[in-house]
Write a protein that binds this ligand. Structure first.
Ligand code: SDX
Length: 438
């Protein structure tokens, strides 16, 4: 029995599809902001036809209360709150609570959540052993995906996707152990001993210390580093139905547990067109530097599409205006680098590339602007992270959004197992050709 998809906006206009002499009504799904939807679930049964939309450019897979993006205006809101206000006034754990539970927490609720996460940051010795057996040169996103799946082995009591208590426990365990896992992945690659979380040290400061502290030395962690990292995590926390979030929802729609679904999201995020772009931006800027800062030649290669060259960190499926997250990161870049006592030629090159691109017809016509990945890598590098850790940091920030979207999908009565259709364009029926006749 299919549950009708209900919108929440006011009186949208339904659609009417004319196919030859037939006409079918497409019920409207009202939005509270942005585009209304047209429900097409009855199309196949009533017309024998399916819709075709590669990359789901125009297809909504669900209704959602969590995040709103206006690509034309460069607007991003989590549960209705503008990203600019959250970045300026909130903390990553408070934003995580907001995304997952739908409202800003009371002081008591936030203290409870922070304390519960703080209590669970520790990873068992056997878990550390498993991470320590991975080859040092392992790709960090491969290690992160495996580590998240491994949580199901260590915490089977939190696996049942239909048990609210288990889902709540898995939510807290993931939020708590993600920073510890990521710090271990970095230290494993660097050949450093794995450190332990310290109760009460603070979520992001704990992560930074476990990542950067030299054994036997007090960690030198300027407040500017911890604050900038907290803000970067907020900026990455959710982004509606992007590739990795849609992956998390699709895997979860089969009633796979939260760990398996998040691990699949990590795999999707690792792609250079998605979360892998922040690392690719640094490589691109370094190539421009090593070419003698010959930006015009590089831009010509991009516009001629030579070898599929792209301006990494530019363009977006939804934003056809400046990504509001990129604007916040760009604004803070100078302040953070100065506070960390770092200068970086790549930041100057990035600004030069942006200035040229925003004045160039190729990019203007295609509405290509800097996205969240264009400047973040420069700040991560200034903090001391190697570029191989940039995408795990993206995954760290996106974790509460993935969890919130998975939980919304699991509790949505219209959720069905995700199983897209196709238009078959292969051979018509034909008979097997025997060995002798071939
Ligand atoms: C993220 O979806 C999300 O919300 C993602 C994200 C999130 O928070 O989850 O915001 C995070 O993934 C940001 C995007 C990071 N990726 C990059 O920076 C990689 C570079 N960007 C492109 O690969 C591209 O812009 C995409 C993948 C981001 C979007 O691609 P689309 O929407 O499929 O657009 P398209 O490839 O159809 O491009 C349309 C035109 C093409 O030119 P024409 O064929 O019309 O001549 O624009 C061109 C493209 O060649 N184009 C670019 C370009 N991006 C698009 N040309 C040069 N450089 C680019 N970066």
């Amino acid at each position: 029995m299919t549950v009708p998809i209900a919108g929440k906006g006011s009186s949208p206009v339904p659609g009417r599809l004319h196919l030859g002499d037939d006409a079918i009504d497409l019920p409207a799904v009202a939005a509270t902001a942005g585009s209304d939807g047209l429900a097409i679930s009855s199309l196949l049964a009533t017309t024998g036809k399916v819709t075709v939309d590669p990359g789901f450019m125009n297809t909504a897979a669900c209704t959602s209360d969590i995040t709103f993006i206006d690509g034309a205006e460069g607007v991003l809101r989590y549960r209705g709150y503008p990203i600019e206000q959250l970045a300026a006034n909130s903390t990553f754990l408070e934003v995580a609570y907001l995304l997952i539970h739908g409202e800003l927490p009371s002081h008591h609720r936030l203290d409870e959540f922070v304390e519960r996460v703080d209590r669970h940051m520790y990873l068992p010795e056997d878990f550390r052993e498993i991470l320590s057996m991975q080859p040092r040169a392992s790709h960090p996103m491969a290690m992160l995906g495996a580590a998240i799946q491994t949580m199901a082995c260590f915490y089977p009591e939190s696996m049942d996707p239909l048990n609210p208590a288990a889902v709540d426990l898995a939510t807290v365990l993931l939020m708590a152990k993600m920073p510890t896992m990521i710090s271990y992945i970095h230290r494993r690659a660097a050949g450093y001993a794995l450190l332990y979380p310290v109760r009460g040290e603070g979520y992001v400061r704990n992560f930074a210390r476990m990542t950067f502290a030299r054994p036997g030395e007090a960690a030198d962690l300027p407040d500017a580093l911890v604050e900038a990292l907290d803000t970067l995590l907020i900026l990455h926390a959710d982004h509606e139905q992007n590739c990795s979030t849609s992956t998390v929802r699709l895997v979860g729609s089969a009633q796979a547990n939260l760990y398996s679904s998040i691990s699949a999201g990590v795999a999707a995020l690792s792609g250079p067109l998605h979360g892998g772009a922040n690392e690719a931006v640094l490589e691109m800027l370094a190539r421009i530097r090593d070419s003698g800062r010959d930006v015009p030649t590089f831009m010509a290669r991009v516009k001629d599409k030579q070898d599929g060259a792209k301006l990494m960190g530019f363009g977006h499926r939804v934003y056809k205006n400046y990504d509001p997250r990129a604007a916040i990161v760009k604004k803070s870049a100078d302040r953070v680098l100065e506070a960390l006592g770092v200068t970086d030629e790549l930041l100057d090159i990035a600004r030069e590339v942006e200035e040229i691109a925003l004045a160039d017809a190729y990019f203007i016509e295609r509405k290509l602007y800097p996205n969240v990945d264009f400047y973040t890598g420069i700040i991560y590098r200034a903090m001391g992270f190697p570029s191989s850790m940039f995408t795990p940091l993206f995954a760290f920030g996106r974790l509460p959004g993935w969890i919130a979207q998975w939980r919304e999908m699991m509790s949505d009565p219209t959720t069905r197992i995700g199983r897209p259709r196709q238009v078959y364009v292969g051979h018509p029926k034909r008979d097997f050709i025997s060995w002798e006749d071939r």
